[in-house]
Design a protein around this ligand. Sequence first.
Ligand code: NIG
Ligand code: FE
Length: 418
Amino acid sequence: MLSGLLIKNIKCLVQTEENPKLKVCGSDMSAISVISDSWLFMSDGLITDFGRMKDLPYSITALKDLKTIDASGKFVFPSFCDPHTHLVYSGSRELEYIDKIRGLSYSEIAKRGGGILNSARKLHETSEDDLYNQSMNRINEIISLGTGAVEIKSGYGLNLTDELKMLRVIKRIKDTSPIEVKATFLAAHAVPDEYKNDREKYVDLIINEMIPVVVPEELADYIDVFCDKGFFSVEDTERILMAGMKYGLTPKIHANELDFSGGIQTGVKYNALSVDHLEFTGDEEISALSGTDTMPTLLPGSAFFLGMQDPPVRKMINAGLPVALASDYNPGSSPSGNMKFIMSLGCTKLKMLPEEVINAVTINSAYAMGLSETHGSIARGKVANVFITKEIPSYEFMPYAFGSNLIETVILKGNIIK
Ligand code: NIG
Ligand code: FE
């Protein structure tokens, strides 16, 4: 017998789809479908049906074990998908924040042994259980802020033992939290000190000794490389991506955050699911991305926090590209996983329209983590991951009220979590 959860009297149901798409590109990004005065019915963890209040079927309201939420005055959104984070880390790096305020650049801090290597040292000294507990606090925080699916990268291990520690924590989060998790292997996040003068040897280690252990343990879905000035070259990136692909990992890479690194073209060449950051994007990069399956994924939290230039989003959308947004939640360049704030940065800093940011944090970000068939919109048969807002006047109010937590109720896989 069918039972389930009904949300009724919804002021506005946002991002509904009758014919689900995998992603939204170019000028189509400025439109979203909404249904006012509506209902949404979920059962067995999935979205079963939705429509206007006047058409709410008796067969649903008459159900025996029906749970009902009245959402008068409130909006219902599909949960955010956050396709780029580094939220498994130990401690924090607020002292580097002070260095940044005093004028040091991200690269200068990294060169002085700060940055990623600083987090690697902290992680090395932290037990797997402690790391899990610290990370679960962040997971529970982002769930309460409306995120229902998250990609998490390794990359603060930088040796086999510590990379495995991170990846096992990610797996444990996957097994114990209602949030949907994708794992990315990012040993090529920074060159550890012992390989400072022999980066190639570290790349060899990743290829010959790490990937062959990580993959059989089923600890990763994707392979990532920080392909940028001062980190890994195009040649390193190609070698690592090819090795990962041989083992069945799909590329999803950091590119063009610090320079015109060639990372975007390399990602496209290897059919990466996404290329991420893209602060340094010109006409060549835009034309390399055009017509491909690679999702340009922007991380405005890190450009905001580091005070760096923003990517040319308007140019990208005008050229017909899709765009996804992610938080980049990490201790160095974006210590926040608040996707609603990312929406505000998308609007205010990147000059995206509210409809464009809604597409960028739902369907397109689901695509950037391989989940757009099951997540990222209100569509029949998709996973019942939604949130209900407080009473708000419009969906535009979400990015506009940038400091307010407007997310009142969180539902993941059809269960009320908050
Ligand atoms: O995406 N760009 C490389 N990695 C992270 C920063 C990680 C850190 O500083 O700890 C990023 O911004
Ligand atoms: Fe990152």
